[in-house]
Design a binder for this molecule. Structure first.
Ligand SMILES: Cc1cc2ncn([C@H]3O[C@H](COP(=O)(O)O)[C@@H](O)[C@H]3O)c2cc1C
Ligand SMILES: O=C(O)c1cccnc1
Length: 353
C-alpha cells in the first residue's frame, strides 16, 4: 500500500523463514537449548530483520536530534535553555557522553538541529534544518502546526536515508532539548492514559517542589488541549517537540527500510509510543535498550508491553542508553554466528525425554 502520508505505509514484516532457521541454529549450538536467554532472542530477531542467518552489526548510525521548547518559559527544567545549543557544540567536539560512546563503537554520529536557537554559522558540522527557533509554548498553543509536524517527521526520514547511505545495520536516535521531558511526559500521559502525576519526574534534576510545579503545568496543558488530543498524530503535534517528532519519523522510516532500531530512554520512548500508534507495523524493528531512572519510564514500558535490555539507572538521553547496549547486541550476534554446533564440535546432544 502506498499513500501520500509516507509514515503510515506498512513496514514489511521480518522474515519468518529466517526466524525459524535462526531458531533452529540456536538449538544446534553447543549449549543447553535456551541457556543464552535473551541473547538468543536478540540474535534471532536480528537474523529475521536482516534476512540472513548470521546477522551483522558492524555499521551503527547514531543521530542526535536537537530541539528547543517554548514550554521552558513555565520553569519546568532545572537547566537553562542555552544548554540545547551548547550541547550541540559539545556533541560535535567529542565531549558529550554520546560522542564518546559513538567513538568507542566505531559508529557514525550526526547532530540534527530540528529547531533551536543555534546560529548555523557558529556550529559547522551540525545538520541545520531548523523549523523554527523553538516550538510554541504548549501550555496555551499547539506546539506545532500541521506543516511543521510533517516537516519534523521528515527530518527523521532524511536522517534514515543518510544511515542507509552509510550502509548502517542499526539505527540509534537520540535527543537533546531542554524541557523535553515535559513534552515527552505530556505525550505519554495522553497516549497511555496514565495521569500526569503518575509519570512526571525530575528530568535533569528538579527538586520535589519543581516536580509538583511541572505536574501542574502539564495537567493544565492537557486540560487546555483535551478536545484536540484525539490521535497519536495530534498528540505528537500539540504537546510534542520538533526533535521528538523527528525521532518518530526516523523510527518509522528505519522500520520501513528494514533496519533495526534501538530506542533510548524516556523521551525516545515517547517518540516510539507515538510511532507505534501511528504505524503499528514497525513494532518488530524496535529494541528497547534500557529502563530510565525517570520514574515514569517503568510504567510506560509496561504499558507498551516491551522489555528493555538493561536497567542501569541512566537518565541522560542523547541516545546514550541505546549506544550502551550495542556491545551486548554485538556479542549476541557473535555467539549466534560463531559458536560451534553439536555436530561440528562432536559434543553429545541432550538425552531424549
Ligand atoms: C548538560 C546536559 C546534557 C544533556 N544531555 C541530555 N540531556 C537531557 O536533559 C534534557 C531533558 O531534561 P529537562 O526536561 O529536565 O530539561 C534533554 O535535553 C535530555 O536529552 C541533558 C541535559 C543537560 C543539562
Ligand atoms: O530517560 C531519558 O531519556 C532522560 C531522562 C532524564 C533526562 N533526560 C533524558
Amino acid at each position: 500500500m502506498s499513500t501520500q502520508n509516507w509514515w503510515v505505509n506498512p513496514a514489511v514484516p521480518p522474515s519468518a523463514a529466517m526466524e525459524l532457521a535462526a531458531t533452529e541454529r540456536q538449538g544446534q549450538l553447543t549449549k543447553p537449548p535456551g541457556a543464552l536467554g535473551r541473547l538468543e532472542h536478540i540474535a534471532i530477531a536480528l537474523a529475521a530483520i536482516q534476512g540472513q542467518l548470521k546477522p551483522q552489526l558492524e555499521q551503527i548510525f547514531i543521530a542526535v536530534f536537537a530541539g528547543d521548547h517554548g514550554i521552558v518559559e513555565e520553569g519546568i527544567s532545572a537547566f537553562p535553555q542555552a544548554v540545547t545549543v551548547e550541547m550541540q557544540r559539545n556533541f560535535i567536539n567529542g565531549g558529550a557522553a554520546i560522542s564518546v560512546l559513538a567513538k568507542e563503537l566505531g559508529a557514525s554520529l550526526e547532530v540534527v538541529n530540528t529547531g533551536t536557537h543555534a546560529d548555523p554559522a557558529d556550529l559547522p558540522g551540525v545538520v541545520h534544518a531548523p523549523i523554527a527557533q523553538q516550538t510554541a509554548n504548549f501550555l496555551l498553543h499547539a506546539a506545532m502546526d500541521e506543516a511543521q509536524w510533517q516537516q519534523a517527521l521528515t527530518l527523521g526520514q532524511d536522517s534514515v536515508a543518510r544511515a542507509l547511505e552509510h550502509k548502517a545495520q542499526l539505527y540509534i536516535g537520540g535527543e537533546m532539548g531542554i524541557g523535553n521531558t515535559s513534552a515527552a511526559t505530556a505525550m505519554l500521559a495522553a497516549l497511555t492514559g496514565y495521569s500526569v502525576a503518575d509519570i512526571t519526574g525530575p528530568g535533569t534534576g528538579l527538586n520535589q517542589q519543581g516536580v509538583l510545579h511541572k505536574v501542574k503545568i502539564l495537567q493544565q496543558a492537557l486540560d487546555n488541549h483535551r478536545a484536540a488530543l484525539n490521535s497519536a498524530q495530534a498528540i505528537s503535534r500539540v504537546v510534542g517537540g520538533f526533535e521528538i517528532t523527528a525521532l518518530t519519523g526516523a523510527y518509522i522510516a528505519a522500520a520501513q527500510a528494514g533496519m533495526a532500531v534501538i530506542v533510548d530512554g524516556f523521551i525516545c520512548t515517547a517518540a516510539a509510543a507515538a510511532a507505534l500508534q501511528i504505524n503499528p507495523s514497525i513494532r518488530p524493528y524496535l529494541f528497547f535498550s534500557h529502563c530510565s531512572a525517570e520514574p515514569g519510564h517503568r510504567r510506560v514500558i509496561q504499558h507498551l508491553e516491551v522489555e528493555p535490555i538493561v536497567d542501569l539507572n541512566l537518565r541522560l538521553g542523547e541516545g546514550s542508553g541505546a549506544a550502551t547496549v550495542v556491545p551486548l547486541l554485538r556479542l549476541a550476534c557473535a555467539l549466534h554466528n560463531n559458536m560451534a554446533t553439536f555436530a561440528e564440535a562432536a559434543v553429545s546432544e541432550k538425552l531424549e525425554e
